[in-house]
Ligand binder design. Structure first.
Ligand SMILES: Nc1nc2c(ncn2[C@@H]2O[C@H](COP(=O)(O)OP(=O)(O)OP(=O)(O)O)[C@@H](O)[C@H]2O)c(=O)[nH]1
Ligand SMILES: [Mg+2]
Length: 321
């Protein structure tokens, strides 16, 4: 079944929930697509050009935008698309084809001990805040949680994480200023193993993707975690700021190898209507979005579901077309 039919089937019972957290994208992307579809008279070159433009504005990136538009052009060759209902259905299905959610493996957890999750990304994207949010998320699932203050570089970083740890009543393992972050992570892994902690969330200092030595430092962190708790970190998440859109694509390219990235946390989703980077990153680097950040408190986190994302866009289209 295409994504469109799946949404339609669930629509009656669930559509209101879909908007929660995805409002900005639903209104902005949905509105501009709705406005384009409003005067739909068939798939002309002009229409496809405008659709490409709209997808690019939504941060889908050039390759993914072209992939979607080409697929619609092909569909139209087989069966003329003539109504708004058809074009809506085809677009939503193409979003499903690009993201391929059915191929996304669930998050890996260590059933025999601590699951270590490493959080990396450029400066100020929301790594530390996301750790607090994830801490609360896992607590709600009944898991025991600990934090590792692997940002020994920025002044005040350790205190920031400690503050969240105090609020959530979570142990926070920290070192000294400028201590090798790998050694802090080793201490934290030992603590977590000794105390039978389910989830150890590791903070790291923000770093630009063009700094080779800092990328090597991430490789080292990954390695020493694995030496302390074999098989860990099972998950290594790149935190991206949704408001910086396409920049996320180049960040993903570099981080994905050095930190062996397994997924994306997309923060500040409350502050942008351009969620297309979700499709671009999945399409280009095969990295799924695991969670979206939708505010500054520990509760402002949602599991990402393609269905929710697509349904919100569909709702936006239907409001405006
Ligand atoms: N609106 C909004 N703000 C967020 C979100 N996530 C983080 N922030 C804010 O972004 C700012 C930076 O967050 P941090 O968690 O300190 O970011 P960081 O990546 O740890 O930063 P560095 O450690 O300096 O690299 C803070 O003011 C957060 O409150 C989000 O999902 N939505
Ligand atoms: Mg931080």
């Amino acid at each position: 079944m295409g994504l469109f039919d799946l949404l339609k089937k669930k629509k009656d019972t669930k559509l209101d929930r879909y908007l929660d957290g995805y409002e900005a994208t639903g209104t902005t992307v949905g509105e501009s697509l709705g406005a384009l579809f409003k005067g739909f008279r068939g798939v002309s070159d002009d229409f496809l050009e405008q659709l490409t433009e709209t997808l690019l504005q939504a941060d889908c990136g050039i390759d993914t935008s072209i992939r979607i538009v080409d697929a619609i052009r092909e569909d139209n060759k087989h069966k003329k698309i003539s109504s708004i209902d058809e074009i809506k259905e085809i677009l939503i299905n193409e979003i499903g084809n690009v993201y391929k959610e059915e191929e996304v493996a669930p998050i890996h957890y260590n059933n025999a001990g601590t699951t270590v999750i490493l959080m990396v990304g450029v400066n100020g994207v929301g790594k530390t805040t996301s750790i607090a949010k994830l801490g609360k998320y896992y607590q709600k699932l009944g898991k025991s949680v600990a934090f590792a203050a692997g940002d020994t570089f920025r002044a005040g970083a350790r205190e920031q994480l400690q503050l969240w740890a105090n609020r959530l009543n979570v142990p926070c393992i920290a070192g000294k200023d400028r201590q090798d972050p790998s050694s802090v992570l080793v201490d934290a892994c030992r603590y977590a193993a000794d105390h039978k902690i389910d989830i150890l969330l590791c903070d790291t200092a923000g770093r630009m993707q063009n700094k080779n030595n800092l990328m090597q430092e991430l490789e080292k962190m990954h390695r020493v975690i694995g030496k302390t708790i074999p098989g860990q970190p099972m998950e290594s998440w790149l935190v991206l700021d949704a408001t910086t859109g396409q920049n996320g694509l180049s960040q993903a390219q570099v981080f994905k190898d050095s930190a062996k990235i397994t997924g994306i946390i997309l923060t500040k989703f409350d502050g942008t209507g351009r969620g297309g980077v979700i499709l671009a990153i999945k399409d280009k680097w095969n990295l799924p979005v695991r969670f979206i950040g939708i505010g500054e408190t520990a509760d402002d986190l949602k599991e990402f579901k393609l269905e929710d994302f697509a349904a919100t866009i569909l709702k936006g289209i239907e409001k405006n077309a």
